[in-house]
Design a protein around this ligand. Structure first.
Ligand code: NAP
Length: 278
């Protein structure tokens, strides 16, 4: 069994499980050794999906996690909306488990709403929860209206998380999905947390703060995103230097003044239209 270092963890939504605040994304296809380096640095929260490379991402994760204690990891996968019925979801989940070489998922998410009947998809997830195949259930790319509808479709279980696009340039979830998560005891998981190339002037603020702490701008950006106790971030990195920089964000403590400077440089804009997905 290979060793895993500690990193800041927090309770994952309605579950009883403490999960690393910085996890690892796996699309585009991940690198097995980079994932292992990330796990050993404490990024034990791994996000994948059946859709990523038609299952190839899950296979690589399955290879990567082999040398570690399964209980030390928090493995999340996602299903496509067309699999959101009881029989189809049972089969989709079995295929994911086979590719991942594991017998349970820590959390299983509806990838996006699409054509899914939310009540039916939630009932199908609850059946897997009852069967013990998954330990918690969640959603991705749902706005507060969809979240409410999904929650109403559950008999007793609770939505453990909403996984949403959130980065310094796209902070609108702070006034839409994050409040829902806070009010309903769900985790908010930030995907594409590093976003697109940033505004040069604003970047100077990150650079100054990063220099003071001896970390990268990306680590500062991630630490800013996970400042709220409900938030987790899942950056994807194949380069080992990137993996190490991202892991550093897990234990980076920024001052109130630093938070204020970043907040002022990257304003929360008004959302025009639907929840962004790209
Ligand atoms: P991201 O993590 O914000 O950015 C990934 C890119 O940033 C890669 O090109 C990576 O390069 C680079 N990078 C990583 N760490 C870096 C660092 N410290 N310094 C500089 N560059 C760095 O975006 P993402 O991959 O779109 O999102 C992350 C994960 O979220 C995905 O992998 C996936 O698991 C999940 N996701 C979910 C949804 C959804 O609909 N639920 C949608 C999109 C993504 P290298 O790989 O070369 O290191």
């Amino acid at each position: 069994m290979r060793n895993i270092c500690g990193m800041q963890r927090r309770r994952f939504g309605s579950t009883e499980v403490e999960v690393s605040v910085i996890g690892q994304g796996t699309w585009p296809l991940p690198d097995r050794d980079a994932l292992r380096r990330g796990i050993e640095l404490g990024m034990t929260h791994i996000d994948t999906a059946e859709m990523y490379g038609d299952g190839r991402s899950e296979e690589i994760v399955g290879e990567a996690i082999g040398p570690y204690s399964r209980e030390a990891l928090f493995i999340v996968s996602k299903f496509v909306p067309s699999n959101g019925t009881r029989v189809r979801l049972k089969n989709a989940c079995e295929r994911s488990l086979q590719r991942l070489h594991t017998d349970y998922l820590d959390c299983y998410l509806l990838h996006w709403r699409g054509e899914a009947d939310l009540a039916e998809a939630m009932a199908a997830l609850e059946a897997l929860l009852d069967a013990g195949t998954i330990r918690s259930l969640g959603v991705s790319n749902l706005d507060p209206w969809d979240l409410r509808e999904a929650a109403q479709g559950l008999r007793g279980a609770r939505i453990a998380c909403d996984q949403v696009l959130y980065n310094l340039d796209e902070r609108t979830p702070e006034v839409h999905e994050l409040p829902w998560c806070r009010d309903n005891g769900a985790a908010f998981v930030a995907y594409t947390p590093l976003g697109r190339p940033r505004d040069r002037a604003a970047e100077t603020v990150l650079t100054e703060i990063a220099r003071e702490h001896g970390v990268t701008n990306e680590a500062v950006a991630l630490a800013f995103l996970v400042r709220d106790p409900h938030v987790f971030a899942i950056p994807k990195a194949n380069a080992l230097a990137h993996v190490e920089a991202n892991a550093a964000a897990g234990d980076l403590v920024l001052s109130d003044d630093e938070f204020k400077r970043i907040d002022a440089a990257y304003r929360v804009r008004k959302r025009d239209g639907a929840l962004p997905m790209n």
